[in-house]
Design a protein around this ligand. Structure first.
Ligand SMILES: [Zn+2]
Length: 261
């Protein structure tokens, strides 16, 4: 696996490199005046630890709070390795409570894929990220605090704003605005629904996304599985193409298959 790297992407925000084979998304530290807020926990304790040990080597402050964008395993399963409190939206917490009771043996995961409650991409990545023994004793952390839409989280001298935005990707997508940097950490907000049949968008979901983003003053969008930052204009064009059922390019992401349902 590629080594984790950390890059400063704006005045206050540092991001880890992403890794596609194991489906490791970017993780973020929002830093101000000796404090930091971590966004997303990573897909495993190993992922979370690799990120924080490199951040420590770089003399970045350890997080005072971890916030989750949504419940998907690649964003939440690293939580058990992180010392500070963890916060997430109400729906995310409810799903994590439920899936923390699941078995993650080969058979149990495959069974869920056959039933359509898990997808085979996740199955493949989870088996690469964890040994069978690790999956036998999976420790999925339940967040300690509930985050609310429009909540402000003080970090050093700045306030990080929480914005819930509706989209096809998940029932709940929390995004984190660093107003000073005109940067929105979006998690997987801009991606398809991967859990109900083939990956797809819906007209209703894309319109809700456009509506939700309209009020958020960010010129830059940090998306969890895109290598580069996306501009506001690119997001606008992306939504417009989706509504016209056109073939899509978001940043470096090229899609060849039909994605609209
Ligand atoms: Zn996701």
């Amino acid at each position: 696996m590629e080594e984790v790297k950390i890059t400063q992407i704006s005045d206050h925000v540092y991001a880890s490199s992403m890794e596609e084979i194991h489906d490791r998304p970017h993780l973020y530290l929002i830093v101000s005046a000796g404090e930091s807020l971590m966004i997303d926990a990573g897909n495993s304790p190993a992922h979370a630890r690799a990120f924080l040990s490199l951040a420590d080597e770089m003399h970045l402050p350890m997080p005072k709070l971890l916030c989750l964008t949504h419940w998907h395993w690649d964003h939440s399963f690293g939580g058990a390795a992180i010392a500070c409190n963890e916060a997430a939206g109400e729906k995310t917490i409810a799903v994590l409570k439920e899936i923390s009771t699941y078995s993650y043996s080969d058979e149990a995961i495959h069974d869920r894929v056959l039933k359509g409650t898990e997808n085979d991409f996740v199955e493949g990545c989870m088996k690469l990220e964890y040994t069978p023994e690790q999956r036998e004793s999976m420790n999925i952390r339940i967040p300690d605090e509930v985050l609310h839409d429009k909540q402000n989280i003080p970090v050093g001298r700045i306030l990080v704003e929480v914005h819930q935005v509706a989209s096809d990707h998940s029932d709940e997508n929390l995004t984190f605005l660093v107003r000073e940097d005109s940067l929105l950490i979006t998690g997987d907000l801009l991606y398809e629904d991967f859990y109900h049949g083939n990956a797809h968008y819906t007209t209703k979901g894309v319109r809700a996304l456009q509506e939700g983003l309209r009020e958020i003053p960010a010129e830059w969008f940090a998306c969890s599985h895109n290598k580069n930052l996306i501009t506001r204009d690119e997001v606008r064009e992306f939504c417009r193409c989706l509504l016209n059922e056109k073939r899509l390019v978001l940043g470096e992401m090229n899609r060849d298959e039909p994605v609209f349902e």
